[in-house]
Design a protein around this ligand. Structure first.
Ligand SMILES: [Cu+2]
Length: 93
């Protein structure tokens, strides 16, 4: 049975106007999420707190970062340059 439009996993996130869009995405374990910086300013994709798996380099305009999520859970992240930019990825089994 094909998934309905409402349940299609989003696996790409734009970084634009100092925000991640969409700010909350849900993917299945094993999915690779791609972030792309569409802003004129540099940003990062960095796990909140300590010990998280997301540690992108500084992404300049047009740069992309990919991460494959293996373990289910909710992964909060932010931009270390602009810590008010926060978002999360939820990984389902
Ligand atoms: Cu930023």
């Amino acid at each position: 049975m094909p998934p309905s439009a409402a349940t299609v996993a989003v696996d790409s996130v734009s970084i634009k106007d100092f925000a991640y869009a969409p700010a909350k995405v849900t993917v299945k374990a094993g999915a690779t999420v791609t972030w792309r910086n569409e802003d004129q300013d540099p940003h990062t994709v960095t796990s909140s707190g300590t010990g998280g798996p997301l540690k992108s380099p500084t992404l300049n305009t047009g740069d992309t970062f990919r991460f494959t999520f293996i373990t289910p859970g909710t992964y909060e992240y932010l931009c270390t340059i602009h810590p008010f930019m926060t978002a999360s990825v939820t990984v389902t089994p």
